[in-house]
Design a protein around this ligand. Structure first.
Ligand code: UD1
Length: 351
């Protein structure tokens, strides 16, 4: 258990979606840095037990409100109760690409409605700072001139309603910041977050059959799935499988603390800042499998199957701006990251 030696409150941060995967890791990092945290989450895709994991790691409990961010009155009540909120990190959103294709209205209502409501309530209570969870999905498949991808790469038409909500929300933030010079925003575009807290007390809890690669790998290693299906080995990449920038969720969480620190401390920053959060290294699916086997000593059963519709061939980040401006770097070795994911899978399966 980590207990800060010199705990003293710096300021309160509201974290929407704070019991979710990236949210919970960010809450831990914020609290360990000395921030007070209030989580709002409707537990639609997370468990109340996550609060126990956070409390055990940090040594004290975050405040928690079980509410939906689309509900103006409930959100308003939270801001009335916690008058010391100085900034908001907005994670709360639906995030399954396939589901968004089947239920677009649900995605537009949840993801866009929650941001609009949050910005309205922040304005009412004169809370000036928001950090928004966005995604590298806004870049689509960058052309070769834009690989690795920096923040100046063109935004491409979204391939799914989920991706579209990220693009629209970025635009909503920019429009509102243009109209209200008191609003400051940091937009963080994540590459592929993986892994779990080293304590294995919090981690990713996928709903049903995992769609993302790493939870599928760890569930296969745990015997829940007979084999991993590798979606395609005929791409224009060195080994034919797709390339992504896999970033450790704890490194990603730390970037949020840096973003909040900067918003509170640096006055001459742009009103809206955008950062790509990745490692700067692309890894293929087959390389990731090899690294997982090396990190765990396990043999992972897999077969090559056809391409997954809508998949991007290769994308990885140019994280220079985040490295230099935020003073942050994702540098946890990939084998440590993969070992943390396996430790978490063993913990939840009681292996
Ligand atoms: C997916 C989403 C993206 C979202 C991102 C973040 C799609 C098309 N894109 O991206 O919008 O922002 O997650 O979570 O769903 N793979 C396999 N076998 C599997 C699962 C995945 O081979 O069982 C491969 C995929 O083809 C891909 C790589 O692993 O090449 C990573 O897949 P995934 O974890 O789903 O992430 P993205 O495709 O980057």
């Amino acid at each position: 258990m980590f207990t800060p030696l010199n705990y003293s409150s710096m300021a309160r941060i509201l974290v929407t979606g704070g019991t979710g995967y990236i949210g919970s890791h960010t809450v831990v990092e914020l609290m360990q840095k000395g921030y007070d945290v209030t989580i709002v989450d409707n537990l639609s895709n997370s468990s109340i037990d996550v609060l126990d994991g956070i409390t055990e790691i940090v040594g004290h409990k975050p405040e928690f409100a079980n509410i939906d961010c689309c509900n103006f009155m409930d959100l308003d009540n939270v801001f009335r109760q916690f008058t010391d909120i100085v900034g908001v990190i907005h994670f709360a959103a639906s995030k399954a690409v396939g589901e968004s294709v089947e239920k677009p209205l649900m995605y537009y209502r949840n993801n866009i409605g929650s941001l609009v409501t949050l910005l309205e309530v922040m304005k009412l209570h004169q809370v000036p700072n928001i950090v928004f969870s966005s995604s590298c999905t806004v870049y689509g498949q960058p052309d070769n001139d834009h690989l690795p991808v920096d923040e100046t790469a063109p935004i491409q038409k979204a391939l799914s309603p989920y991706g579209n909500t990220k693009q629209i929300n970025e635009e909503i933030i920019c429009d509102e910041a243009h109209a209200d010079k008191g609003l400051h925003a940091t937009i963080l575009r994540y590459f592929n977050p993986i892994g779990a807290h080293p304590s294995a007390l919090i981690g990713e809890l996928p709903n049903g059959v995992p769609q993302n690669l790493l939870p599928f790998i760890t569930q296969t290693a745990a015997g829940l799935r007979p084999e991993l299906k590798v979606f395609g080995n005929d791409y224009n990449t060195p080994d034919g499988s797709c390339i992504r920038d896999y970033i450790y969720v704890v490194d990603l969480a730390k970037a949020h603390v840096k973003a909040i620190d900067r918003m509170l401390e640096v006055k001459d920053r742009d009103q809206v800042e955008v950062f790509n959060l990745g490692t700067g290294t692309g890894l293929s699916v087959l390389t990731l499998i090899n690294e997982f086997e090396a990190a765990t000593g396990l043999k992972l059963p897999y077969t090559i199957v056809g391409r997954r519709e809508g998949d991007i061939e290769q994308v990885w980040a140019a994280p220079k701006k985040a490295n230099e401006v935020l003073g942050w770097k994702a540098d946890t070795p990939i084998r440590d990251v993969l070992a943390s994911a396996w430790k978490w899978e063993k913990h939840i399966r009681k292996l």
